[in-house]
Design a protein around this ligand. Sequence first.
Ligand code: GAP
Length: 454
Amino acid sequence: MKKIVSLAKRRGFIFPSSEIYGGFSAIYDYGPYGVELANNIKKEWWKSMVQLREDIVGLDSCIFMHPKIWEASGHVSGFSDPLAECKKCHARLRVDHLLEDIGVQADEKMSEDDINKLFKKNKEKIKCPKCGKQDFTDAKKFNLLVKSNLGNFTDKWDKEPAYLRGETCQGIYVNFKNVLDSTRAKIPFGIAQIGKAFRNEITARQFVFRTREFEQMEMQYFTDPENEMKEYEKLREYRWQWYLNLGIKEKNLRWLKHENLVFYAKEAYDIEYNYPFGFKELEGVHARGDYDLSQHTKFSGQDLTYTDPTNNKKYMPHIIESSVGVGRAMLAVLTDAYTEEKVKDETRVVLKLDKKIAPIKVAVFPLLRNKPELVKKAREVFEMLKPHFTCEFDDNGNIGKRYRRQDELGTVVCLTCDFETLEDNTLTIRDRDTMKQERVKISELDSVLKDRLE
Ligand code: GAP
């Protein structure tokens, strides 16, 4: 993990937020290569979840919504983490995580009573991870919603706050009727969106795995109650395949079935990834029954039932969802791609990212930076390619150092213009994974690169 965090900082993928002010806990910024990688991951998700699906449409709802939405969803009363304090060292610890560490599953959505029962039953086996003692307070639940004074100019704003959304899917549920009325959508169909979410995580940890501001990619699929589980199985399969297409090794993925379901859920599985700190939730794929639209019908007074135009059957749509954080997907692909190889007496660090998501596809170098004719030629090649591929021009340091830097960025190919280039218009193309170098004609570059990158 240390190596990944260090590479992410050193090479401009991920920076701690507000670093010159000493940082701001559990918030991270994406640097120049991180934003490219995150955009590529989001692009792949959007393509798979919207563009390739006739039955799914996109949406971009706002971060701020009517506060009642969070009452309807259960977030105001129940969106909380169970916390206990070690009586010896006063560390504040997530009880569901302590239980998880000894192999007992506990959903953070369980009631305070239920989680305390599990906690008491297993207390003998649990030690404080900070000081090793076994003396804890009871678990208490802390609400995760982040409050704001948006549109409220009184000093009592925190009594009636506007919330920063805790999940993006509520924006989908409350737009269900708008989408239905304004498009040709018929059940079964889905609505997908990518956007920021905010949570007052109490024990934020593990780099971008658990942050207080993060981005979610969520798709909610509306079905007839009878078909909910059939569609659920299809969605599970589809989402698993997406990670394989992203180049993630299948051995690093596994399914985790939820044992303690929330009362309305039909079934819930997580896709877990083998992070450097072990298998942990990457994505949730859950069958949520008719809870969400029933709650919004009750709280808004608007009827959100659906009438099937083919047989006039009226019902409250059931929902299956797929939800993944961009940061967690990013940490998974970085972990999966991080490779150390022995090359002669040196260790080469290379990010073997899938070419679809690599931040830079092509780097162009002049062999020597102090030979203007080489720099001019390399610039010409760079200018020719940059409208078509994400490219970088690099003339810093010696060629070996440039290769090492591009390897750490996961750049798929490097092109070098040397003295031969000036004579016969050929250059070398070097492959990131094999390090093999070949000569190609500049006039054929377009098709050679398309072959290698698309
Ligand atoms: N709409 C369902 C929902 O939000 P969740 O399990 O709370 O369910 C879904 O979150 C996904 O969002 C998780 O699987 C994870 O990928 C991501 N996620 C949740 N909390 C996060 C956090 N604090 N930091 C980063 N990603 C988070």
